[in-house]
Design a protein around this ligand. Structure first.
Ligand SMILES: Nc1ncnc2c1ncn2[C@@H]1O[C@H](COP(=O)(O)OP(=O)(O)O)[C@@H](O)[C@H]1O
Ligand SMILES: O=COP(=O)(O)O
Ligand SMILES: [Mg+2]
Length: 559
C-alpha cells in the first residue's frame, strides 16, 4: 500500500486557484474581496448587505457522536460533503470555524479537515490565518485593562472589586493562567485582585463576533457585555467604561467572513471559532447567512458531539439568527463507537463488533436527539483504514433499525469521489420538506428550567443540581431582564454526562452546575458543569514538540 500522505503534505501539494476566481464562482466581484495573499480574502460588509432579500439555499448541519480525543471527522466530512455536492452538480458552500492555536499545539490539532477533504491553505488557516483570533484576544483584553484602569483612577462606577466577572484570554492552552492575582507589586500597579485567563475561543467577544449580524450590532453587543457588578449589585457594562467603540475598531476587519477554498477549489467560508464544550461551537452567523444567499446548499458544522455543538447550533445560533436547518449529518466512526462501547483508546484499531454494537447506543441517542429538533438525519460512517467489513455492517444494520440510513463515506482517502452517495442522500432529505425545525425550549421558561430541559432531554440526566448561590444568581439575572436568554452548556465532550469516562448512553446521571456566567452581549447564559475548564491545559507531550520548520523552511508536524 502506498504510504499515506500527511494532511500538511496533501495541503501543500494543492493546486489552488487565485481567491478572486473562487469569489467569482459565487458572484463576488474583485472589489468586494479584501485579499490576504493569493489564497485568502475577506468579503466586504457592503457585498454582504447587498445580498439581503435573495432566496436562501438549503442548510445542512454536520454533527457527530461523542468523539475520541482526536475527533471523528466532522470538519473533514463537512468539507468532503461540500465537495461531494459540487461533484454532483450542486452549488454548495462550506462554512466552518477557524482553528484555535490551543489544540493545534496541544492535542487535537487543527480545524481545516483532513486527508483529501481539507480547506487550504491549511497552515495559514491553522495558525494566524487573517488575524481574527488575535483581534478578538486584543479586544477582550483591552476591556480587561480598562476595568483595572478605571478602578486605578478612582472607580467612579463603584465597581465591587470582589465581583468583577470579566477575565482575560489568550489563544493557548495554559493551565498556569487559570487563576492568578493581578496588580501585585505596590501602589503603582493598581488594586490587587484575583482573576485569570480563559482560552480565546471561550471569550464572550468570540461569541459576539459569531452571533452579531453586522458592525453596528457587534458594537451594541460589545457595549452590553457585563464586566462585573457595583457595590449595589447592579451590572456594569462595557459601555459604562466607554470600551465598546475601541473594541469594535479592533474587530472591524475580523467581523468580515474569510473566503478560502477546498482542495477541489470549491468555496469555503471560515469564520469565528468558539469551542463547543466551553462555548457555543458554531461558525459565524454572517458567514452562514451570506453563504445561504450565494449557494444552493450550505454545509456547516457544530463542534464535538450533537449533545454539545448541535444542541447549541439549534438552541442558540438557529434560534437567534432565524435559521431553519433542512437536514443533519451525524458523523460516526467505528473507532468512536468502540470507545463508547468500552474499548480503551489504544485498542481501537482491533476489530470488536461486540463493543461496537454496545457503543451504538451512543449513536442511537444522538439520532433521536437531532430528530427531536424536527430535523431529518442521515448517518455518515467516516471510513478509517482500520475499519472492518463486519464492523461497518453492524453500524449500518443498527441505523437501519432506527429507520435511518448509514452511508459509508471515504472522502478522507478519496475526496469528493468518496462521498457522492451521502451527497445524493443529503439532497433527497433537504428537498423532501421533512424538516420542521423547532428549538428544544421556549424563551419564557426560567433559566434553571432551560438547563433542566437540556440535561434531561438531550443528556438523559436524572437531575440537575446547583448550589444556592448559583440558583440565586440565575434568579437575579431573571429579575434584571435576562430570563429570556438561551443556555450555553459547558460540559465534557466525551460523555452525555459530566463524567468524561462515562461513555455510551448513560441514563439518570446527575448534572451539577458549578458556575454560571451571563454573556449579556452574546445573548446567552453559560452553565459550567462538572470539571470542565475554560482554559485547557497542555498534555504531557503536546503536539508543539513535533511542529518545526524543515531545512527548506516549510512547516512540518501541523495536522
Ligand atoms: N477517515 C479518516 N481517516 C483518518 N483520519 C481522519 C479521518 N477523518 C478525519 N481524520 C483525521 O482526524 C482528525 C479529526 O478530524 P476532524 O475533521 O478535525 O474532526 P472533528 O471536526 O470532528 O473534530 C484530523 O486530524 C483528521 O485529519
Ligand atoms: O469545538 C470543537 O470542535 P471539533 O469537534 O470540530 O473539534
Ligand atoms: Mg472540527
Amino acid at each position: 500500500m502506498p504510504s499515506i500522505k500527511s494532511d500538511i503534505e496533501i495541503a501543500r501539494a494543492a493546486a489552488k486557484k487565485p481567491i478572486f476566481e473562487i469569489g467569482a464562482k459565487l458572484g463576488i466581484p474583485v472589489e468586494q474581496l479584501a485579499p490576504y495573499g493569493h489564497d485568502k480574502a475577506k468579503v466586504s460588509a457592503e457585498f454582504i448587505a447587498a445580498q439581503t432579500g435573495k432566496k436562501d439555499g438549503k442548510l445542512i448541519l454536520v454533527t457527530a457522536i461523542n468523539p475520541t480525543p482526536a475527533g471523528e471527522g466532522k470538519t473533514t466530512t463537512t468539507v468532503g460533503l461540500g465537495d461531494g455536492l459540487n461533484r454532483i452538480g450542486k452549488k454548495a458552500i462550506v462554512c466552518i470555524r477557524e482553528a484555535s492555536l490551543g489544540p493545534c499545539f496541544g492535542v487535537k490539532g487543527g480545524a481545516a479537515g483532513g486527508g483529501y477533504a481539507q480547506v487550504v491553505p491549511m497552515e495559514d488557516i491553522n495558525l494566524h490565518f487573517t488575524g481574527d483570533f488575535h483581534a478578538i484576544t486584543s479586544a477582550h483584553n483591552l476591556l480587561a485593562a480598562m476595568v483595572d484602569n478605571h478602578i486605578y483612577w478612582g472607580n467612579e462606577e463603584n465597581i465591587d472589586i470582589r465581583r468583577i466577572t470579566w477575565r482575560r484570554v489568550m489563544d493557548m492552552n495554559d493551565r498556569a493562567l487559570r487563576s492568578m492575582v493581578s496588580s501585585l507589586g505596590g501602589v503603582a500597579n493598581g488594586f490587587p485582585r484575583q482573576g485569570g485567563f480563559d482560552i480565546t475561543v471561550a471569550s464572550e467577544v468570540m461569541a459576539i463576533l459569531c452571533l452579531a449580524t453586522d458592525l453596528k450590532d457587534l458594537e451594541r453587543r460589545l457595549g452590553d457585555i457585563i464586566i462585573g457588578y457595583r457595590f449595589d449589585r447592579t451590572p456594569v457594562h462595557a459601555r459604562d467604561l466607554k470600551a465598546d467603540g475601541a473594541m469594535a475598531v479592533l474587530l472591524k476587519d475580523a467581523m468580515q467572513p474569510n473566503l478560502v477554498q477546498t482542495l477541489e477549489n470549491n468555496p469555503a467560508f471560515v469564520h469565528g471559532g468558539p469551542f463547543a464544550n466551553i462555548a457555543h461551537g458554531c461558525n459565524s452567523v454572517t458567514a452562514t447567512k451570506t453563504a445561504l444567499k450565494l449557494g444552493d446548499y450550505v454545509v456547516t458544522e457544530a463542534g464535538f458531539g450533537a449533545d454539545l455543538g448541535a444542541e447549541k447550533f439549534f438552541d442558540i445560533k438557529c434560534r437567534k439568527a432565524g435559521l431553519k436547518p433542512d437536514a443533519a449529518v451525524i458523523v460516526a466512526t467505528v473507532r468512536a463507537l468502540k470507545m463508547n462501547g468500552g474499548v480503551k483508546k489504544d485498542d481501537l484499531g482491533t476489530e470488536d463488533v461486540v463493543a461496537l454494537k454496545k457503543g451504538c447506543a451512543n449513536l442511537g441517542r444522538h439520532v433521536a436527539n437531532v430528530r427531536r429538533f424536527g430535523v431529518p438525519v442521515v448517518v455518515a460512517i467516516n471510513h478509517f483504514v482500520s475499519d472492518t467489513d463486519a464492523e461497518i455492517a453492524a453500524v449500518k444494520e443498527f441505523v437501519s433499525r432506527l429507520g435511518a440510513e448509514a452511508i459509508l463515506c471515504r472522502h478522507w482517502a478519496l475526496g469528493s469521489a468518496g462521498i457522492e452517495e451521502l451527497a445524493h442522500k443529503v439532497v433527497e432529505l433537504a428537498e423532501s420538506g421533512q424538516a420542521k425545525f423547532q428549538p428544544l425550549y421556549g424563551d419564557d421558561l426560567s433559566l434553571f428550567e432551560k438547563i433542566e430541559i437540556v440535561a434531561s432531554k438531550i443528556y438523559h440526566a436524572g437531575e440537575v443540581t446547583a448550589d444556592k448561590a448559583v440558583r440565586d444568581q440565575l434568579q437575579t439575572w431573571e429579575e434584571q431582564g435576562y430570563g429570556n436568554l438561551p443556555i450555553c452548556m459547558a460540559k465534557t465532550q466525551y460523555s452525555f454526562s459530566t463524567d468524561p469516562n462515562l461513555r455510551g448512553a448513560p441514563e439518570g446521571h446527575i448534572v451539577t452546575v458549578r458556575e454560571v456566567r451571563l454573556s449579556a452581549g452574546a445573548g446567552f447564559v453559560v452553565a459550567i458543569t462538572g470539571e470542565i475548564m475554560t482554559m485547557p491545559g497542555l498534555p504531557k507531550s503536546p503536539s508543539a514538540e513535533r511542529i518545526f520548520l524543515n531545512d527548506q523552511g516549510y512547516i512540518e508536524g501541523l495536522f
